[in-house]
Design a protein around this ligand. Structure first.
Ligand code: GDP
Ligand code: 5AD
Length: 586
């Protein structure tokens, strides 16, 4: 790697303690002995300069590469925007794979299955996550023509993908992560629904059942529906839709898996149906993609998109948000060109559609500062307003880039071309990611999630433990003269202040955590953001341990009714190991 010369007017950056731990462990470039060869300032400059350098190949660019590199740098150094982890890790390095999300096809032959295993391994090595549909595989025990033997079926092959993922240690970046999808009308669907019953099996996968509108109607009417062998399209069985739905809900109640995904709905929003049907998403569900497509994501930190003045108090800083959206879209579009993809087919698909996924993090923190409870109509209204603004400004930025650089190559055959909506540079612009690591770097709440706890122990990577108290909560306590060590111990134990009844009521209303929030509000929040998101929204509907199977059914059904593209639930304590937990849980 060429030694980067950092301009003299770039100020050295001090990141928070948690961010430093995460950066040192996984993000800094290292020498052969494993010692970091860069710090946070150098990391962000490496990324900013590599991404800005892409401008030079566009003749009509309005931006000067050097000024742009500094703008990109300050946007990241100020934690206003962060690109997905692979961009932070790999931009300006020989590996150079910058996208977090990939979808690969799995064809119904041994060659195609093992091609997918190999391609997934290559993607995992570079830090990307992969999603697959297994719906094309013929059912278990059906005949294999060429050998006269019997087929193993999707679940059996899934085990190979899972084991392969387990063995790849990812060149020092991160472990593999996968999404496995099976259509509800696949003959092996019951085996798939039950596959994650035993904890630990298929650990490197999230599973989602692809539900169709027809199936949901059959559930509503308690009708039978057909299971179809994908290999010969014969109906091999019929099941009662309501009974299957019940088992699906029961399994999700038990272990959080499988989630559900509404494929018809996703394909209704497919911007380029002429290029194929969408059959899977990336591992955390927010990015539906065509086979061999990849997408890079980035997230704006809403927790600092606020302004304060004497007249209005604290309010959303729309001007700042607009500027950050425009700069982020330019950044993410450059990332497409800067990235090296593991397969030529992927490069081809990515540069044809040029999908990007700009989203947000720090939503719960924004609400805290505005004194708006997450579980309120006011929060839902603001969610729509914020995301409508980001979507509109993001598309405007993509239009501007199309003027400078041309529309995405598939534009003419896309739904935008057909409706003559004016050329865009990108087939999609917005996606709401979980921001699992990015939110730690930015020191804000993750994605659109409420806080898991106001004060908690975060177990990250190989047993490290970080104790964290939400800074806005701490300030709110101090301002009201309520802060004490004893109180903080009680809060870290419980995570919530819902039943600490000597604390002021207005505080208890605003500082709600995931478990305090009614499941419907989790879901309504997801739906509010989905309304103005091109791709999908990552959300876990967290429910308390006591939640019933009925509660889960209600959530799955509401996701269908409210226009979500999918949903995941997690009942507290239903798995032995969970990434986030309060000290007192379980
Ligand atoms: P972040 O950028 O690291 O904060 O990632 P997010 O939590 O926002 O996840 C976004 C996407 O990145 C996921 O849907 C996956 O596609 C991918 N991803 C996230 N975590 C991992 C991981 O640990 N390993 C791999 N291979 N991919 C991941
Ligand atoms: N479908 C979609 N997303 C999922 N996640 C976990 N399982 C699934 C699934 N089956 C996502 C959660 C969270 C992230 C950690 O993983 O929604 O955002």
């Amino acid at each position: 790697m060429v030694e980067q010369q950092i301009p003299a007017d770039i100020e050295a950056l001090a990141v928070n303690e948690n961010a430093e731990i995460v950066l040192a462990r996984r993000y800094y470039r290292k020498d052969i002995d494993g010692n970091p060869t860069e710090d946070a300032t150098q990391l962000f400059w490496r990324v900013a300069s590599a991404i800005a350098a892409e401008e030079s190949k566009y003749e009509k660019t309005t931006a000067s590469t050097e000024i742009l590199a500094k703008d990109f740098y300050s946007m990241m150094a100020n934690m206003e925007f962060l690109p997905n982890s692979p961009t932070l890790m790999n931009a300006g390095t020989p590996l150079g794979q910058l996208a977090a999300c990939f979808v690969l096809p799995v064809g119904d032959s041994i060659e195609e299955i093992f091609d997918a295993v190999k391609h997934a391994a290559m993607i995992h090595k570079s830090g990307g996550g992969t999603g697959f549909s297994f719906s094309r595989l013929r059912q278990k025990d059906s005949r294999v023509g060429s050998t006269g033997g019997v087929a193993s079926g999707p679940v059996s092959f899934l085990r190979i993908f899972n084991t392969a993922t387990e063995q790849i240690k990812q060149g020092g970046t991160r472990r593999g992560a996968n999404m496995g999808i099976l259509r509800i009308d696949h003959p092996d669907i019951m085996e798939f629904i039950r596959a994650k019953e035993r904890e630990g099996e298929f650990n490197n996968f999230n599973f989602s059942v692809a539900l169709t509108e027809d199936f949901m109607k059959a559930v509503e009417n308690s009708e039978d529906y057909d299971l179809v062998d994908p290999h010969n399209l014969e109906v091999v069985n019929t099941l009662n839709a309501r009974e299957v739905f019940e088992i699906l809900v029961q399994k999700a109640w038990e272990k959080g898996d499988p989630g559900i995904v509404f494929l018809d709905r996703i394909n209704r929003d497919n911007p380029t149906p002429a290029l194929g049907e969408i059959e899977s998403t990336n591992p955390c569900g927010e990015q539906p993609l065509l086979p061999y497509e990849a997408c890079n994501l980035g997230s704006i930190n809403l927790s600092i998109m606020l302004a304060e003045d004497e007249k209005n108090g604290i309010s959303v800083d729309w001007d700042r948000l607009r500027n950050v959206v425009h700069l982020s879209v330019r950044f993410l579009d450059n990332v497409i060109d800067a990235s090296r993809y593991p397969l030529d087919r992927i490069t081809e698909m990515v540069t044809t559609n040029r999908k990007i996924g700009l989203g947000i993090m720090g939503w719960a923190d924004m609400l805290f500062q505005l004194n708006i409870p997450y579980n309120s109509q006011e929060a839902l209204n603001l969610a729509e307003k914020v995301m409508e603004f980001i979507q509109a400004e993001g598309r405007a930025a993509s239009k501007q880039l199309a003027k400078e650089r041309g529309a995405f190559p598939a534009y003419k055959d896309s739904i935008f071309g057909e409706r003559d909506l004016g050329p865009y540079r990108n087939a999609t612009v917005t996606t709401i990611a979980p921001t699992g690591t990015l939110s730690i770097l930015a020191g804000c709440s993750s994605g659109i999630e409420p806080l898991f706890a106001l004060s908690f122990a975060r177990h990250v990577m190989d047993g490290d433990k970080l104790v964290e108290t939400n800074p806005f909560f701490k300030t709110a306590l101090e301002e009201r003269g309520c802060y004490s060590e004893k109180l903080m111990d009680a809060i870290t134990e419980k995570g919530t202040i819902a039943d600490i009844d000597y604390l002021p009521e207005e505080l208890r209303k605003v500082y709600v955590t995931a478990m305090d929030i009614e499941a419907e509000y989790h879901l309504k929040m997801q739906a509010a953001f989905q309304k103005y998101t091109d791709n999908a929204v990552s959300k876990t509907v967290n429910v308390p341990h006591e939640a019933t199977v009925d509660d889960i059914r209600t959530i799955y059904w509401m996701a269908y009714e409210q226009g979500c593209k999918g949903v995941t639930v997690y009942r507290d304590g239903s798995l032995q190991s969970q990434v986030l937990c309060t000290e007192g849980s379980k």
